[in-house]
Design a protein around this ligand. Structure first.
Ligand code: SAM
Length: 283
């Protein structure tokens, strides 16, 4: 029987292909084409419009670095907002923190939530049943525009700036996010692979520099986000969280009693050490 591969064509001149051992789900929602398939290396893989969103095998890196890093840097994060994150992996990682009292998750596509519960239950791992989670099905941009709530950590776990995700990379969205952050709050964003999508990071950093006292980014390498390390945007009304020293992070990490596969306090600090080609992307 001929082999089947799914090719991700997110970039103009570079693609990645993943072998389909078994196609488990393939359907179109109101917003996007959902596929889940079994791959010999990464386990179950979720794609939206044939772009890898998350995999059973390497999602831990991405979810840990977008939750533990801001939450431990903050030190007393109680209210967390997740924009996107339909698979539930980000909510699960945020809810691991006993200090977190409330997670609001705003996902535009109910189809992603429902089918992730069935086909990717290992990602949410009970998060959708956690009483601290408030799931809102809405466009994250509309939610951010209308909310009067304040959050200690905002995590933008969106698709790339194509299709429904595009509005989540705009100055307007970031402006509303800045208003929804507490005085020592932190926003972190999925900002693509800078070697391949440098403009995306530059755009976010330009907006963050105008809106926040502290604007930067940090890196982590997730194998299925192809093309090099992924960048996470960092914005805060205070310079203090990013400057949290290693000893403090180690104490908070110990108290949090997490069991991460990637995050450590040393990795946290090192993630903000940026190579020249990324520094050149700063406005
Ligand atoms: N880890 C992935 C990445 O780095 O590309 C993101 C995974 S998560 C599945 C992305 C989620 O963002 C999807 O569930 C998608 O439906 C959601 N999304 C896209 N645009 C959105 C919007 N405007 N408001 C809320 N959620 C949105």
């Amino acid at each position: 029987m001929s082999e089947t591969w799914i090719t991700e064509r997110l970039h103009d001149h570079y693609a990645q292909s993943l072998k389909v051992e078994e196609l488990l789900y393939d359907s179109k929602t109101e917003h996007q084409r959902l596929k889940v398939f079994q791959n010999g290396t990464f386990g179950r893989i979720l794609t939206l419009d044939d772009v890898v969103q998350t995999t059973e095998g390497d999602n831990f890196i991405y979810h840990e670095m977008l939750t533990h890093t801001p939450i431990l840097a903050h030190g007393n994060a109680k209210r967390v907002l997740i924009i996107g994150g339909g698979d539930g992996g980000m909510a699960r990682a945020a809810l691991m923190h006993k200090s977190v009292e409330h997670v609001t998750m705003v996902e535009i596509d109910a189809g992603v939530v429902e089918f992730s519960k069935e086909y990717l239950p290992m990602l949410s791992d009970g998060a959708f049943d956690d009483p601290r989670l408030n799931l809102v099905i809405n466009d994250g941009a509309a939610f951010m525009r209308e909310t009067t709530d304040k959050f200690d950590v905002i995590i933008v776990d969106s698709t790339d700036p194509i299709g429904p995700g595009e509005v989540l990379f705009t100055d307007t969205f970031y402006g509303h996010a800045a208003r929804a952050l507490t005085s020592d709050g932190i926003i972190v964003t999925q900002n693509g692979v800078p070697f391949m999508q440098g403009d995306e990071l530059t755009g976010t950093l330009r907006a963050f520099q105008a809106l926040f006292e502290d604007a930067s980014c940090y890196l982590a390498t997730i194998p299925t986000y192809a093309g090099g390390p992924m960048a996470f945007g960092w914005g805060s009304h205070s310079k203090a969280p990013r400057a949290t020293d290693l000893e403090t992070l180690e104490a908070r990490f110990k108290a949090a009693d997490l069991d991460p596969g990637y995050y450590t306090p040393e990795v946290h600090k090192a993630a903000f050490a940026l190579p020249g080609y990324v520094k050149k992307l700063f406005p």
